[in-house]
Design a protein around this ligand. Sequence first.
Ligand code: COA
Length: 173
Amino acid sequence: MTPGLALRPLTAADEREAWRAHDELAPEGFDFLLDGRRDDWDGYLAHLAAEQAGVDLPPGRVPATFLVADVGGVLVGRVSVRHELNEALARVGGHIGYAVRPAYRRRGYATEMLRRSLAVARSVGVERALVTCDDDNVASARTIERCGGVLQDLVPVDDGPPKRRYRVGTSDS
Ligand SMILES: CC(C)(COP(=O)(O)OP(=O)(O)OC[C@H]1O[C@@H](n2cnc3c(N)ncnc32)[C@H](O)[C@@H]1OP(=O)(O)O)[C@@H](O)C(=O)NCCC(=O)NCCS
């Protein structure tokens, strides 16, 4: 357990800090905000709510829950929990994506975020989550293994390292 960490939805008050987190992760090639527009925060929050409810999904999109990890009022990371898998998610993306802001790493936050995300996945009917990471992403692989992930296989990816695909039971979280 990591005391004080809560997973919660983004709110109107998070705009500045969330974009700051987004800009911090960009040099690493990760998005903190997914599909966000800088000029329309309210619209982005509405988009996230609709995506979670599965309303007006574009073709190929699946319902997903986007949550931020809040520690004492500081946004330290974010997770995206896909409620089901499409073809691309089943191959490389998996059910759960996560990122921790560089300044807050190596404090156990990712492990706690994934653990809590597994409970979110369970609440939408996922029993065995697919969680993936690049073969050379030691921190992410360790995070998954700490949450009970069992390596299923590695799949080749066109433009990068192979993906490690883990299965993680959601009922132990
Ligand atoms: C991967 C990531 C989420 C890990 O976040 P974190 O909060 O630092 O992870 P934790 O503190 O929970 O550490 C999890 C485990 O990884 C280990 N770890 C963390 N960073 C590490 C590193 N740079 N090298 C080796 N091991 C590392 C920790 O020691 C811990 O293992 P332990 O419990 O056996 O000690 C973070 O580095 C990140 O956001 N990276 C960029 C985005 C990303 O890769 N997302 C995952 C996509 S699949």
